[in-house]
Each structure stands twice: as C-alpha cells, then as structure tokens.
Design a protein around this ligand. Structure first.
Ligand code: LLP
Length: 429
C-alpha cells in the first residue's frame, strides 16, 4: 500500500485527500498541474518551531524566508501566527508589505544589491543584513540607519547540494571575518547606534552539528567586534536551512534536540563573550512550507520501451525545478490508487523538450494508466516560487485548503499571459 506521509494527506478508500478535500475533485475543478496547500500544516509547522525554541529561550524571533513560497496566502497565514519575514529582493519586501507585515517585522538579506534597491529598502524602512563592504559604504553615503546588521561568512557551510551551501571560502555570501570589524567601525563612525549580526550556512540540513560549529564562529566574531568597538548586539541571526526529509530513509531533524543544543550554546557563548541577552533570529523557509503542499499532475502518456517505462505528466521542471536542478528526490503517490501495490518501476517525465525534464527516476509505483493523478509530495518549498514559463507553458494555479474548505489563491496563467509585456519594434509590426 502506498504510504501517505502525514495526517494532512489522508487516504480515504485509496483516494488522496488534502486536509479533508479530495485531490481528484480539486484536479477536476482547477485542472493540473496544481499546487495544493494545507493551511493547517503551515500553521502547525510554524508553531512547532516557534514553541519549541521559546521553551529554551524567550527572546526568539522567526523570520519566515519568503523565497521558499511567496504566495500571499502563505504570508498572511504566517503573519497571523506572529511570524516576521526574511526577504531577499525588493519584490519579496513588497509582497510582505502587501500581506500586511509592518516594516519592523521585515529583514532584508539580499546579495549583489543595487543602489536603487538600497533606496527602496530605506524608503520602506526594513532592517538590512549587509552582505558586503561595498553595499554598506553605498548605503551609508545616503542614509544612516538606526541599526546595521552584518552578514558574516562563518567559513562553515552545509546543505543538501553544493548549489545551496552558502558559507565557506568559496561562497559569494557575507563578509569574511577579516573585514567584519571594519564594517561595524564604518557604521559606528557615522552614528549608527544599534547592531545585529547574521549568517546563513545553507539549506536542507538534517543535523544540528553544522549550526553549532558555525554559531561558535559567529559568536566568537561578535565577541571580537564587541571587544574592539564596544558595540552591543540587539540580535544574533543564525539564518535558515532547517531541513525536511524527502527520501524514505531520511530521518527528520529532532526539533527538540536542535532547539536545546543551539540555545544552550547560544546562552553559554553570549555569556562567555559578554554579549548580554540579545534576541536570536532564525530564518526558516523550507521547514515551514515544504510538507504542507502537494503538486497534483495528471498522467497523459504511458510509454513502454524495452528499456524503460515512462509516465508522461503535465508538470515538468517549469513547474517544479528541484529534481532537475539539484537531483532532488520528491515522494510521489498515485492520488487515485493509494491502496494499490507499487509493483512497476517508472521514470516520471515532464512535458518539456529537455532530457533532464524528469521528476523521478526508477520510481516504484502502482500500475499507471493514462488519466491517473500523481501527487508530488513535499512541494511547498521552492516549488511554485522557482517555476517558470519555459517552453511557453503558462504557470500553474495554487489552491489553499483549510479543514474541508478550499479556495483558488493563484489563477492559472493563460496563453495570453505569454504575450503580456511583449511589444514589437515598429519595423516588425
Ligand atoms: N536565509 C537566507 C539568507 C537564505 O539564503 C535562505 C535560503 C534561507 C534563509 C532559507 O533557507 P531554508 O530554511 O528554506 O533552507 N532552492 C533551493 C534552496 C535555496 C535556498 C536559498 N536560501 C532548494 O530548492 O533546495
């Protein structure tokens, strides 16, 4: 029998239900590919992290990393849970503001930031984690913020794929330790009064050790800055990256243990370096939304060759790029055949004209027929947000489900969408 991952995705007589709503009904009503999000699961994931962390230290703030999923509904849900937002572009700041987040709940942690973007951040009055000395100098030329936070490269990185490791000698992110004091000195000299320090080691971490190693470094750097310049830190931001298991053999990160060990170290080191009692910030993206969303995709072709069985579906890497980009594994179930034995081995292939457009290789599934509905699980993080119109395929729709109710929260694009914002030069008209 096909396993259904958790209580939000029920198996009712072999059919998949998302938080009380039939996946087949949603696919029929809104067509496929379709992202289906469980509001309850998003709330529960947020609460799990937030409540577990605050058990060990009261000054914890969670900045949801919007890049994982920027649906307005997701942002609204998290706003109502008390979350803050970590944004990496003016677009994400704009969406967070539109969702109702006040600017004091928005952090900006972008890289390679333009001057006009810096002006936008100053106008919107969000807190900036500065990524380079260049960025800081350009910012201070026209504005002295109340608070400056520096993203340091702790020279420790970790992640599920080399593309998502963001700390270490080869990383483009953050200010290397040799320049950190200089950054705070510049800010202090022009009259900045408050300070923060940030790092982000990478994404998809299922162990606590890399955090401990990087935090030791970050806190040591903070202690050094305090010693040199006498500045105090309002907050210490340890970034995001808390992983979620995708493969059957992967174990979830034990959040209790994670919270206990990082906060133990935090308390010890802030005491040792006489950093007072700063806030600790976390920037989780994936952990909050990943397993709250399934991608429904219909089977349109079954192709059997002497070498392979291909299931052709209507979602490709234009809809979910993670398998093509990182070789990521996503669990897949057949939404209308949950009780049927998984006895055949298939490659699940998308509709794009690229050989790399494969959602899953050599996957054991029930016997597949045209018209079946597949559900790609763990599709909530970096799913829709990384989707594109490649091969001129309009982007798909999103539905939000809450305890048996549902609503379309993003309309499917149409063929006309493909022409939007295109113009012809006079000589081709
Ligand atoms: N903070 C910063 C500064 C980040 O760059 C990121 C992710 C996060 C927080 C949140 O990381 P999370 O908790 O979601 O792991 N597209 C890739 C992941 C790229 C992550 C980039 N930065 C994927 O699909 O695996």
């Amino acid at each position: 029998m096909a396993k259904v991952i958790h209580e939000y995705f029920e198996n009712k007589d072999g059919l998949l239900y998302v938080d009380g709503v039939s996946a087949l009904k949603l696919a029929k009503e809104f067509d496929t590919p379709l992202y289906v999000m469980s509001e309850r699961r998003i709330r529960d994931n947020f609460r799990c992290l937030s409540e577990t962390l605050t058990k060990h230290y009261s000054k914890v703030r969670i900045y949801y990393s919007a890049k994982a999923n920027t649906s307005l509904s997701v942002l609204k849900i998290l706003l109502s849970e008390g979350s803050c937002v970590d944004a990496v572009s003016p677009g994400e700041v704009y969406l967070a503001l539109k969702a109702g987040f006040p600017s004091e709940k928005i952090l900006f942690t972008g890289t390679s930031v333009r001057d006009d973007e810096l002006r936008f951040l100053v106008e919107t009055n969000v807190t900036i984690n500065v990524d380079s000395l260049s960025q800081l100098k350009r910012l201070l030329k026209f504005h002295v913020p109340d608070l400056v936070s520096v993203r340091v490269n702790p020279e420790v990185g970790a992640g599920h794929h080399e593309h998502v490791v963001t700390g270490g000698k080869a990383s483009k992110f953050g200010i290397w330790q040799g320049d950190v004091v200089e950054a705070y000195r510049l800010a202090k000299k022009v009259g900045v009064k408050k300070f923060g320090i940030q790092m982000h080691i990478g994404s998809g971490n299922l162990t606590v050790e890399p955090y401990l190693e990087a935090m030791e470094k970050q806190l040591q750097i903070a202690g050094h800055v305090k010693n040199e310049l006498g500045v105090d830190f309002e907050f210490i931001d340890i970034g995001g990256g808390v992983g979620v298991p995708y493969r059957p053999e992967e174990k979830p990160l034990d959040i209790d243990e994670f919270a206990e060990r990082i906060l133990e170290l935090f308390k010890n080191k802030t005491r040792e370096y006489e950093l007072g009692e700063p806030w600790i910030y976390l920037e989780p993206g994936r952990f909050i939304v990943c397993d709250a969303v399934v991608l429904l995709t219909a089977v349109n072709t079954v192709k059997v060759t002497p070498f392979k069985k291909f299931v052709g579906v209507d979602a490709g890497f234009n809809t979910l790029i993670r398998p093509a980009m990182y070789g990521s594994y996503h669990p897949i179930v057949v939404a209308n055949k949950l009780n049927e034995p998984e006895k055949d081995i298939y490659d699940v292939a998308g509709p794009l004209c690229e050989s790399g457009d494969i959602l899953a290789r050599d996957r054991k599934l029930p016997k597949i027929e045209e018209g079946d509905l597949l559900a790609v699980l763990n599709a909530g993080a970096y799913g829709f947000s990384m989707s594109s119109q490649y091969n001129s395929r309009p982007r798909c729709a999103e539905v939000l489900v809450k305890d048996g109710e549902y609503a379309l929260v993003r309309e499917r694009e149409t063929l006309e969408t493909l022409l939007e914002r295109q113009t012809l030069p006079p000589w081709l008209k």
